[in-house]
Design a binder for this molecule. Structure first.
Ligand SMILES: [Ca+2]
Ligand SMILES: [Ca+2]
Ligand SMILES: [Ca+2]
Length: 357
C-alpha cells in the first residue's frame, strides 16, 4: 500500500507499505533530514521530497534492521524507496506509524510504483520546539525561569556517571571524524577510545564545577550531559573549579584560553556554549530535588558555595557567541536519545537576558 493508505489505516492491522525515506523522526512534529541522531526510527512518504510531517508515516526500526536501515548508520538511505511490513499503529503518539516490522527491504514490491512527482512543499514548523516550551512562551523574568524549571525537570532520565562516557562519544562527536570527540576548551579532536584518567586521555569536565554546591558524580547535576564535556585530563585539572572571568596567562594545552589563580576564560568559539551551560544549570537545579540550588553571581571566589561567576561575563559571552550547529545538535541528541530535556538557552538565546540580565 502507499504511505497515504497506511496513514489512513492506523487500526493495528498488519500492512506492507512502500515509500521513500524522507528523514528521522525525533518527535511528533520533528523530522531530521541531516545530522541524524539514531537508528531507531525513519519517516516514509509517497514523495521523496515530502516535507509535511502530516504526509509521513513514522516507522519503528527494531534492532534486527538498524544496521541496514537506520539513518545514523546509513544516511545514504535518505530519498530512497523501501518496503516495510509491520503493525499500522500510532508511533510518536499521536503520529501515524508502523511498528514492530517483520520485513524491511530496499525498493518497491510491484510495478505500480508510487508517484515520483514532487508534491508542493508545505512549510511546516518541523524544527519548532514551541510545543515543548508551551508553558513558558510569553513569560519573562522569574515567571519564565519558574516555567522553564518545571519544563526541563519533568520526564528527565538521569544517567549514571559511567553512562556519561558513552553519551559524550555521541553528543560531542567530531562532525568531520566519527571516531573522535571535540574537546571543549582545547578544541582538539581526539579518539573516542582515549577516554580515561591518564596523560593524553580525555575525561569528563563539569563546566559547572562540581565542588560548587558539592553535587559530586551521583545521578543528578553531577551526570547532567547539558554541562558535561570531554576535555584533556591536564586541561581539566588546570581549569580545576575556577569561576569564569576574562584574563590571566595563556592556558597550557588549550590555545585561546586564559587562566589565573581564581578564574578561567574559555576560547572565543565556546564562550557562549559555556555561558548557556551555566545558565541551564541555574534554572534546572532549584534546591527542590535534594541537591543545592545552583545559581550565578558576579564573584570569582565562590569556592564550594553553590554559585558560579561571573554572571556579567557570561551574559556578554552568550551574546557574542550565539548557538551554532554543533551546540544545537548536541542539545537535540541529549533530548532525543538521553535525558529527554533541553537547554532552553540554546533554543531561545533571548531568554538569557530576560532571566539573568
Ligand atoms: Ca581572575
Ligand atoms: Ca560557540
Ligand atoms: Ca537555581
Amino acid at each position: 500500500m502507499t504511505v497515504a493508505q497506511a496513514i489512513a489505516t492506523q487500526t493495528g492491522v498488519t500492512g506492507t507499505v512502500t515509500g521513500y525515506v524522507v528523514g528521522e523522526p525525533t518527535a511528533a512534529s520533528t523530522v531530521k533530514t541531516s545530522s541524524f541522531t539514531g537508528d531507531t526510527a525513519l519517516a516514509l512518504a509517497d514523495s521523496s521530497t515530502q516535507t509535511s510531517t502530516a504526509s509521513m508515516l513514522y516507522v519503528q526500526i527494531t534492532s534486527a534492521y538498524r544496521s541496514s536501515f537506520g539513518l545514523l548508520t546509513n544516511p545514504s538511505r535518505l530519498r530512497t524507496q523501501i518496503t516495510v511490513t509491520g503493525t499500522l499503529t500510532p508511533y510518536f503518539t499521536p503520529h501515524a506509524g508502523l511498528k514492530s516490522p517483520t520485513s524491511m527491504t530496499a525498493g518497491g514490491t510491484s510495478t505500480t510504483s508510487p508517484t515520483t512527482s514532487p508534491t508542493t512543499a508545505t512549510p511546516t514548523s518541523s524544527s519548532s520546539t514551541d510545543t515543548y516550551y508551551a508553558n513558558a512562551l510569553g513569560k519573562s523574568g522569574d515567571s519564565l525561569k519558574n516555567a522553564l524549571h518545571t519544563i526541563i525537570s519533568t520526564g528527565v532520565t538521569k544517567l549514571s556517571y559511567d553512562g556519561v562516557w558513552n553519551a559524550l562519544k555521541v553528543t560531542d562527536q567530531d562532525p568531520n571524524n566519527s571516531s573522535n570527540v571535540i574537546l571543549l576548551y582545547s578544541g582538539i579532536s581526539r579518539s573516542k577510545t582515549l577516554n580515561g584518567g591518564d596523560s593524553g586521555d580525555w575525561n569528563r569536565e563539569h563546566v559547572y564545577a562540581k565542588s560548587h554546591g558539592d553535587f559530586g558524580t551521583t545521578a543528578g547535576p553531577g551526570t547532567d550531559l547539558h554541562h558535561l564535556r570531554p576535555e584533556d585530563v591536564a586541561v581539566n585539572a588546570l581549569r580545576d573549579n575556577k569561576d569564569f572571568d576574562s584574563g590571566g596567562s595563556a592556558a597550557t594545552g588549550a590555545p585561546g584560553n586564559y587562566t589565573d589563580s581564581d578564574s578561567w576564560e574559555p576560547r572565543d568559539a565556546v564562550k557562549g556554549d559555556v555561558a548557556r551551560m551555566i545558565f541551564y544549570m541555574a534554572v534546572r537545579y532549584e534546591g527542590d530535588d535534594g541537591f543545592a540550588d545552583l545559581e550565578v553571581n558576579d564573584s570569582v571566589s565562590n569556592n564550594s558555595n553553590p554559585y558560579i561567576g561571573k554572571v556579567s561575563k557570561l551574559l556578554a559571552w552568550s551574546a557574542q557567541d550565539p548557538p551554532d550547529s554543533f551546540e544545537k545538535n548536541r542539545n537535540q541528541v541529549i533530548y532525543a536519545s538521553y535525558q529527554h530535556n533541553r537547554n532552553p538557552f540554546i533554543d531561545h538565546p533571548e531568554w538569557v537576558s530576560s532571566i539573568f540580565g
